[in-house]
Design a protein around this ligand. Structure first.
Ligand code: GDP
Ligand code: ZN
Length: 309
C-alpha cells in the first residue's frame, strides 16, 4: 500500500481525479466512507483544489482518506435565497476577476461586492481589465480612472487584449506555480484570455455556461487545467452567486482594504464611517485618498444590509 498527498483536479461524479502537483499525472480516487461535512450549509465534501491524503492498494485502486485544511475557498449558492452552498474551488493562490469597461460594461458597485467577498474568504485578487483594444482610443481617461480607483485600494490591475497581446505575458508569468481562478461575467473575454495563455487548452475552455450553474451538479463542472508555462487554471463562469455573504454592518468596512488601513484613526469605535465626527475614513475620502466610487459602494452595501433586517 502506498500513501501520499495530492490535489483534487476534477470531480468526476462518482470519483475524483487527483495529481501530486506540480507533477501532472492524474489518477482516479474514491472517497472512503463518509467524510463529515463541517459546515452544514455546504453540500459537497471535496472541491477542485482541495489537498487530500490518499492510499493506493495492491490492485491499483486509490482512496481519499483525509481532506487537509483549506487555506481558502469560494462558494456559490444555487439561488440568492438558498441557504445551501457548494464549494466550487479551494486553495486559490490568485483569483483573476475579469472585467471590461465596455461590451459588457462593468458596474463598479457589483465589482466592489465581489471584492468584498474575496476579502472575506481570504482570496488574493488581481483585476483584469480586458479587451482594451476595443476602447483604448476613445476611453483612455476612463481606463486611467479605473486603474486609479483599484490600484489605490491596493489591487493589482492588468490590462489585457488578446488582439494586441497586451498583458497576456504578465498574466502567464503571474500564474506560474500557483492555482489560479479565472472568473468573469459572460462576454468579458475570459475564454479568449485563457486560450491566449495556453492555446493547447482551447478545446476544453468555455464549455460551462451560466445556464449550467443552476443545476445540482454544479461542482462537477469545475476542473483544473495545467498551463504549459507553469501553474494551473480553474475556469469559473459568472461572478454572480459568489457575491453573497452575510456580514454585520460593522464588519463591512473591514473588507475594503483602504478603509481598514485608515479606520484606526477614527475617533469612535465602532465607527460606521457615515455620520460620526472625527471619522478618518470620511476624511480620507474628502482628501481623495479613498476613491469616492469605493466609498459609495460601501454606503450602498450598508443600505442594502438595512433593507434585509
Ligand atoms: P467569455 O464569455 O468571457 O468567455 O468571453 P469570450 O472569450 O467568449 O469573448 C466574448 C467576445 O469578445 C468574443 O466575440 C471575443 O472574440 C471577443 N473578445 C474577447 N477578447 C477580446 C479582446 O481582447 N479584444 C477584442 N477586440 N475582442 C475580444
Ligand atoms: Zn470612521
Amino acid at each position: 500500500m502506498i500513501q501520499g498527498e495530492a490535489t483534487v483536479v476534477k470531480n468526476a461524479g462518482s470519483h475524483y481525479l487527483l495529481s501530486e502537483l506540480p507533477a501532472w499525472e492524474v489518477f482516479p480516487a474514491v472517497l472512503r466512507g463518509k467524510i463529515r461535512l463541517k459546515a452544514s450549509e455546504i453540500t459537497n465534501p471535496i472541491a477542485v483544489g482541495d489537498r487530500v491524503r490518499y492510499q493506493t492498494e495492491e490492485d491499483g485502486s486509490s482512496t481519499i482518506t483525509e481532506i487537509l485544511p483549506r487555506k481558502n475557498y469560494v462558494i456559490r449558492r444555487s439561488t440568492n435565497l438558498s441557504r445551501q452552498a457548494h464549494i466550487i474551488a479551494a486553495n486559490i493562490d490568485m483569483a483573476y476577476l475579469i472585467v471590461s469597461l465596455y461590451f459588457p460594461q462593468v458596474k463598479l458597485p457589483f465589482l466592489d461586492r465581489i471584492l468584498v467577498t474575496c476579502e472575506v474568504y481570504g482570496i488574493p485578487v488581481t483585476i483584469v481589465l480586458s479587451k482594451t483594444d476595443l476602447y483604448r482610443q476613445e476611453a483612455g481617461e476612463q481606463i486611467e480612472a479605473f486603474r486609479k480607483i483599484y490600484e489605490g485600494a491596493g489591487y493589482r490591475v492588468i490590462q489585457t487584449s488578446v488582439e494586441t497581446g497586451e498583458g497576456v505575458a504578465d498574466i502567464r508569468e503571474a500564474c506560474r506555480g500557483g492555482i489560479n481562478l479565472f472568473s468573469g461575467e459572460s462576454g468579458v473575454g475570459k475564454s479568449s484570455l485563457i486560450k491566449a495563455l495556453d492555446p493547447s487548452l482551447s478545446p476544453k475552455i468555455g464549455s460551462i455556461s451560466t445556464a449550467h450553474l443552476q443545476g445540482r451538479h454544479t461542482t462537477s463542472l469545475y476542473e483544473m487545467y495545467p498551463l504549459q508555462s507553469g501553474g494551473y487554471v480553474i475556469d469559473s463562469p459568472g461572478l454572480r452567486g459568489f457575491g453573497l455573504v452575510d456580514l454585520e454592518k460593522e464588519e463591512i468596512a473591514k473588507y475594503f482594504p483602504e478603509m481598514l488601513r485608515v479606520s484606526a484613526g477614527c475617533r469612535f469605535t465602532p465607527c460606521t464611517h457615515t455620520h460620526e465626527p472625527g471619522c478618518a475614513v470620511k476624511a480620507a475620502v474628502e482628501e481623495g485618498l479613498i476613491a469616492q466610487e469605493r466609498y459609495s459602494s460601501y454606503l450602498g452595501m450598508l443600505e442594502e444590509d438595512k433593507k434585509f433586517r
